[in-house]
Design a protein around this ligand. Structure first.
Ligand SMILES: NC(=O)c1ccc[n+]([C@@H]2O[C@H](COP(=O)([O-])OP(=O)(O)OC[C@H]3O[C@@H](n4cnc5c(N)ncnc54)[C@H](OP(=O)(O)O)[C@@H]3O)[C@@H](O)[C@H]2O)c1
Length: 280
């Protein structure tokens, strides 16, 4: 397939470009300097010139805390920018795959969130990503919305890399033990997206590595697999207030993957082991 990837310099975008290339697709990975999604004319002309079969829309404003102070920028990129991508894609008949987030939910539920549960984002970032989802749903006739969580990979900053650095430098550290979710390895998500976009199984998906943990348990596994032995202490969210509140429950049911007969991602511990063994 001819595939255009937005945000191709980002953490996920870089692995999507690499994996799709490896799997034999004709890939156009465009970073902000070649495709600024907030520029509607540029979106229209670039997408018209390339005539992709599908657009994997990875570009986003992802600074969760900064977004609380930069509402306009968050909405400009995540809502307006996504609208620009979808409008241009629709004109050339391209499918759109919009990457979204667990932050569209309020995080208060005692159960795992299902794809068609009501959303109620609690942060500017989450609200702007939900606005992007709504525009995609309204304006694209062939879309996939793929919500993921706790993403890490070899590019960019993420929790795994931070823990590896701190674990090597500090004798002792505290990590929150009262927020639950599922880590997602960019490479596994890229393989899932590659399978998904070749189908006509449009709709909303939750895609993370399977099985769940707290950030504390995630950190513990990172140190175990990396052979690091700092003293690791559990703490509560209240002990580390942040400008944007974090969801206590980020666990997402993979109902759409199951009901559409797609292959689920492997358990997060297997993915993490692979990442630490092969990419660090
Ligand atoms: N990271 C997570 O834990 C997580 C969790 C759930 C969902 N997600 C979602 O997953 C997707 C990928 O996230 P990520 O971790 O790869 O984020 P990332 O590393 O921050 O990548 C986002 C990319 O978007 C680009 N971008 C920002 N504004 C742009 C614009 N106006 N035009 C074109 N490109 C622009 C950024 O470019 P610059 O480098 O030039 O700023 C960056 O390369 C996002 O949709 C995010 O919301 C991420």
């Amino acid at each position: 397939m001819k595939v255009l990837v937005t945000g191709a310099n980002g953490q996920l975008g870089q692995d999507v470009v690499r994996i799709f290339n490896q799997l034999g697709h004709e890939v156009y990975g465009l970073s902000r300097d070649r495709l600024d999604i907030t520029n509607q004319e540029q979106c229209n002309s670039v997408i018209f010139d390339l005539q992709p079969d599908a657009v994997i829309h990875c570009a986003a404003y992802t600074a969760v805390d900064a977004a609380e102070m930069e509402e306009d920028t968050a909405y400009l990129v995540n809502a307006v920018g996504s609208r620009n991508i979808v409008v241009a894609a629709e004109k050339v008949g391209a499918k759109v795959c919009y990457i979204s987030t667990d932050y569209v939910f309020d995080g208060h539920s005692n159960e795992a969130y299902r794809e068609y549960d009501n959303t109620d984002p609690q942060t500017v970032y989450g609200k702007s990503k939900r606005a992007g989802e709504q525009l995609v749903q309204t304006l694209s006739s062939r879309y996939y919305i793929v919500r993921t969580s706790w993403v890490y990979g070899s590019h960019g900053n993420n929790f795994v890399k931070t823990m590896l650095k701190l674990g090597a430098e500090k004798p002792s550290l505290q990590v929150v033990n009262d927020q639950l979710g599922s880590p997602t390895y960019t490479v596994d998500l890229a393989y899932f997206l590659e399978e998904l976009i070749q189908t006509e199984r449009y709709g909303v998906y939750h895609a993370s590595n399977t099985e769940t943990c707290s950030w504390f348990e995630f950190a513990q596994a990172i140190f175990d697999y990396a052979g690091l032995k700092p003293e690791l202490l559990p703490c509560t969210t209240e002990q580390f207030p942040r400008p944007a509140p974090r969801p206590k429950n980020s666990i997402m049911e993979h109902l759409s993957i199951r009901t559409n007969g797609l292959r689920d991602l492997r358990p997060w511990k297997e993915a993490l082991q692979d990442f630490i063994k092969n990419e660090i």
